[in-house]
Design a protein around this ligand. Sequence first.
Ligand SMILES: Nc1ncnc2c1ncn2[C@@H]1O[C@H](COP(=O)(O)OP(=O)(O)O)[C@@H](O)[C@H]1O
Ligand SMILES: [Mg+2]
Length: 254
Amino acid sequence: MSEEKKNPASIPEQCEDDFSKLMQADRLVTLGRLVAGVAHEIGNPLTGILTYAYLLRDSFAKDDPRREDLELIIQETLRCREIVRGLLDFARQCKLKRERVLVNEIVAKAVRLVEKQKEFKEVKIITELDPKIGEISADPFQIEQVVLNLVINAGEAMPKGGRIWVRTRSLNDGWVELEVEDEGVGIPAELKEVIFEPFFTTKKDQGGTGLGLSICYGIVKNHEGEIRLESELGRGTKFIVRFPKHSPKEESTP
Ligand SMILES: Nc1ncnc2c1ncn2[C@@H]1O[C@H](COP(=O)(O)OP(=O)(O)O)[C@@H](O)[C@H]1O
Ligand SMILES: [Mg+2]
């Protein structure tokens, strides 16, 4: 990845501007409410569709060709439900509940969570956590979401398995860094910006919703942080996230 290091990919200025406009606090809350409302309203009928599709499928004999049609309805409905879940996560990022957060604790918890999934059977996660990293002022669930999304993407980039490195480090200039590196398929240079857009996915067939990275981006920006990536096709990808360290000045805010 040596060449990438010299010229790390980042979101172009225009895109960054658009995002920061969107991220203005009150607009974001309104958007969050709207998205949550829509997702909620769609979620309930989806559950109905699923329940009845399952019932109907199981009412047909095993060799009835109509079972296949219903299977398709079920799969597509499950996909819609994934999108709705993603939208609810997206909405949740709009409401920040900050507290003092031990970064390493969150990272370790998120890693434990994904490790147990069957998709990670052939994946080895190596954690290198800087014990001196300390705290940031953040919403712990959102930080966990960032870690989860990055680690899950890293795993999905290695369908035959491989290693993921999750690192934290404390930088001297007031930043805390989180790094998730994989040895997966890599990201083509021309996609390095669009992957952060909501609904962009190259994993449609595997049930990807394209919301993970846009959620990460929103959360990181909301925490005054930065996210960037280095990647080499066929070699792997490294996402690097930075958050400002907790400063005692913030102590007085509840
Ligand atoms: N670690 C990675 N290695 C390779 N490609 C990645 C990685 N992380 C993200 N991507 C690319 O970015 C796209 C968007 O990611 P994301 O927003 O999480 O949506 P999804 O995972 O549902 O596709 C993915 O479809 C994939 O093409
Ligand atoms: Mg993803």
